[in-house]
Ligand binder design. Structure first.
Ligand SMILES: [Zn+2]
Length: 250
């Protein structure tokens, strides 16, 4: 059985402004360059001291908890709504409490992290080309699928193929992280409900498998739309960001 701490911070009332959203931290947005703020929504990975490369759950299992540690959290720029990644330095024990482990939820929600528990905050700047910025922990077959889509998008060719490829890849990623198919409520002359992204993305966000921006950003760039005119580069960047959130660890 999963054993949870009997008395948690939540018993005293979460200070966060909403489900899964923590305190606001000042940032300079790498997308809109605005001096704005972002709140950590979901733990993505931790950065072990001395540059070691370990999965998040190994923080407690194999390594002693460091006095201080950097954790990376997904967030959204308050000004332009683009997904960004916050690197927050906290006490090691604070970070350990925020870590979800295999089949075990985190002891504290990210939304309960308070500003005074963070000694430093910086934004992880997206890596420039070559290649989409992908987590090494993502399944190899997904990396092999995304790379040619990224190349096509960069070269401005095969727009419809890139858009369709991103949608199918996203469906595969969602299935892989355990989002079950949406119930089929009828077919309106198109794809069955179970192949639509919207309901699956909503389910993934509600289950805490993906951060909130995965749903709002998908709607903003119309990932589910079958019409021409979408931005293939935005689709690829979005799928890469979803994969970074879906597959934590270095
Ligand atoms: Zn921005």
């Amino acid at each position: 059985m999963v054993k949870l701490r009997a008395v948690g911070f939540g018993d005293f009332g979460p200070p966060g402004v909403g489900r899964g959203v923590g305190a606001l931290f000042p940032i300079v947005c790498p997308f809109c360059h605005g001096k704005t703020a972002a709140a950590p929504e979901m733990f993505v990975r931790w950065r072990p001291p001395a540059g070691r490369s370990e999965a998040a759950e190994s923080l407690l299992l194999r390594a002693p908890v460091p006095a201080e540690a950097w954790g990376i959290f997904s967030a959204v720029c308050a000004a332009c709504d683009q997904p960004v990644f916050l690197e927050l330095k906290t006490r090691g024990e604070t970070l350990a409490d925020l870590l979800p482990r295999h089949r075990t939820p985190a002891r504290r929600a990210v939304g309960q992290l308070e500003a005074n528990e963070v000694s430093e905050c910086r934004v992880v700047t997206p890596k420039p080309p070559p290649g989409p910025n992908l987590p090494p922990s993502a399944p190899e077959k997904f990396l092999k699928t995304l790379r040619p889509l990224w190349e096509d998008a960069e070269k401005g060719r095969n727009d419809e193929g890139v858009s369709a490829g991103c949608r199918w890849l996203l469906l595969d990623v969602l299935k892989d992280i355990g989002v079950s198919a949406a119930p089929r409520r009828g077919v309106f002359g198109g794809k069955p409900e179970g192949e639509k992204l919207g309901p699956r993305l909503r389910a993934a966000c509600e289950a805490g498998l993906l951060p909130r921006w995965a749903q709002t950003r998908a709607e903003a760039i119309e990932v589910d739309a079958k019409t021409r005119g979408g931005d293939p580069k935005a689709y690829v960047a979005y799928v890469a960001a979803v994969m970074r959130a879906a597959y934590p660890g270095f």
